[in-house]
Design a protein around this ligand. Structure first.
Ligand code: ADP
Length: 496
């Protein structure tokens, strides 16, 4: 007997794993499957993925979840895609093969090029058009690196066989067997070649990096007829697409100006909805498209911290302090409170608001009594301090006070971390009942496109809170440790 229920199927393609999540029509998770994939570190500061492996994993995981639940293509109303952003793939459209491994957002190989362009003052122009900092983080210099360094490029360009895409585009192209070469506006706004106000690829920036326009996908809204796939039996429409952080913002129902969410996964990303106007940050935050749905475009400020959960993985895999990330919750509580240990986890450079790709991790204040528990506590606290610095920048830029933040991502299962965050920031930290907001956002988008939801205001009623955490220390105590933190992170930033 086949199951007759209908679901939204979300492809959540992250930095370290791919997940397929089935949502029922109440937007509750019905089931999910997940697979980690290989990370390649061919040189210091380089991070690569095998795009073919990612696609095969996604395809196999979809088949697996359908089979596991005795579902067929007809049970799926629509597919939503959400993805690690900025990661860059160039492929041959005849063979369907990437011409180089995907260069991952964390990859710093183009730091020198960015530095050179900054010295020429080009960063100002880039910020004005794209809203972004000139940094190796974004796709532009990664595309340029592949064009400049991979032999096959010229031949493919001449034959009109070369295509570029971020992971969303790559997956969609494969799902539709090459029919759809599209990206959505939230992903496009992270490439550093997209004019977020005019909503088109910037000819000026393309010229600067010598990137041919003909390899780029077309840019569309987040809820859209992206095409369909026939790879799993009958036709399944693909109706939603958004970069992971913007998707999490949608999943957290941050639709009103001023609402903020912070996701703590591999990295940490704080996004604040700033309304319909494109405004540049004066405090080194990014201005990026939150979403465009039913013709309405919203922007947000974003503060990106490159290392969050990956620091916990480092404690687990390199220092062998723990077997499982969840142990950090209990061990945090056991840390000797008299120790004044600070950790700047700049393991892959510093993101907002420092933007220093060359910075590296540093401990301050180690004593004979410093224990593993103190190191764990310092690691979790470092994310609270960094979040606080982003909040400060956002409040200055937006001239509004942030009174609460909705949090999500794997790390927010950790109650010690949430308490640390509330104590340092002295604002209300709210964890929703579904912390898988990234996939939830893409499910909502697919539901809007297929007519199950009319608009974003219908999404609000699905958002439910699970826990509110408030500060349990005085503000003066948090202020004095923030002052120490700032002086230390500035030493690190200036040293490198
Ligand atoms: P991503 O989507 O970026 O792959 P997730 O949102 O799945 O990340 O979060 C996974 C990250 O969260 C991992 O880096 C893991 O170390 C961290 N993590 C998971 N559970 C906990 C926990 N209880 N305490 C601290 N960190 C955790």
């Amino acid at each position: 007997m086949f199951n007759m229920s209908k679901f939204f199927l979300v492809i959540d393609q992250g930095t370290t794993s791919s997940r397929i999540v089935l949502y029922d029509q109440k937007f509750e998770i019905f089931d999910f499957v997940q697979k980690e994939f290989e990370q390649y570190f061919p040189n210091e500061g380089w991070v690569e993925h095998n795009a073919t492996e990612i696609w095969n994993d996604v395809k196999n995981l979809i088949s697996k979840i359908l089979k596991k639940n005795k579902l067929i293509a007809k049970n799926i109303i629509s597919i939503g895609i959400t993805n690690q952003r900025e990661t860059t793939v160039l492929w041959n459209k005849k063979t369907g093969k990437p011409i180089y491994r995907a260069i991952v957002w964390q990859d710093r190989r183009t730091a020198n090029l960015c530095e050179k362009l900054k010295r020429k003052g080009i960063d100002k122009k880039i910020q004005k058009i794209t809203g972004l900092e000139l940094d190796p983080y974004f796709s532009a210099t990664k595309i340029k690196w592949i064009i400049d360094n991979v032999k096959e490029v010229n031949k493919n360009l001449k034959n009109n066989n070369l295509l570029f895409g971020t992971i969303d585009t790559w997956l969609l192209w494969n799902l539709t067997k090459g029919k759809s070469h599209l990206t959505d506006i939230s992903n496009a706004s992270r490439t550093m070649i997209f004019d977020s106000q005019k909503e088109k690829w910037s000819d000026e920036i393309l010229k600067l990096f010598k990137i041919p326009k003909k390899i780029l996908p077309s840019v569309v809204e987040n809820a859209y007829d992206f095409g369909s796939t026939k790879l799993f039996g009958d036709t399944i429409p693909i109706g939603g697409m958004a970069g992971d952080q913007q998707s999490a913002s949608i999943g957290q129902a941050c639709f009103k100006k001023g609402q903020s969410k912070s996701t703590y996964g591999t990295g940490c990303f704080l996004l604040m909805n700033i309304g319909e106007k494109f405004k540049l940050s004066k405090n080194r935050l990014l201005t990026t498209v939150a979403f465009k749905i039913n013709g309405k475009k919203m922007f947000c400020y974003e503060g990106s911290i490159f290392v969050a959960g990956s620091a916990i993985q480092w404690l687990r895999d390199n220092l062998k302090f723990i077997k499982d990330s969840s142990e950090t919750d209990k061990l945090y509580k056991k840390a000797n409170k008299d120790e004044n240990l600070f950790f700047v986890p700049a393991l892959t450079g510093l993101g907002a608001p420092y933007w220093n790709p060359n910075a590296r991790g540093t401990f301050f204040g180690i004593t004979r009594n410093t224990s593993k528990e103190n190191i764990i506590k310092a690691t979790l606290d470092s994310l609270s301090y960094q979040t606080y610095e982003l909040i400060e920048c956002m409040e200055k830029d937006s001239k509004t006070k942030i009174s609460e933040i909705r949090v999500d991502g794997g790390m927010v299962k950790n109650n010690s971390f949430l308490q640390s965050l509330a104590n340092v920031s002295q604002i209300k930290i709210i964890r929703p009942s579904n912390i898988e907001t990234t996939s939830l956002g893409a499910a909502y988008l697919a539901a809007i496109q297929s007519g199950y939801l009319k608009n974003t205001s219908q999404i609000n009623k699905f958002w439910k809170k699970d826990k509110i955490v408030k500060a349990n220390i005085r503000k003066s105590i948090s202020t004095s440790s923030i002052i120490k933190w700032k002086s230390i992170i500035n030493v690190v930033n200036n040293f490198y």
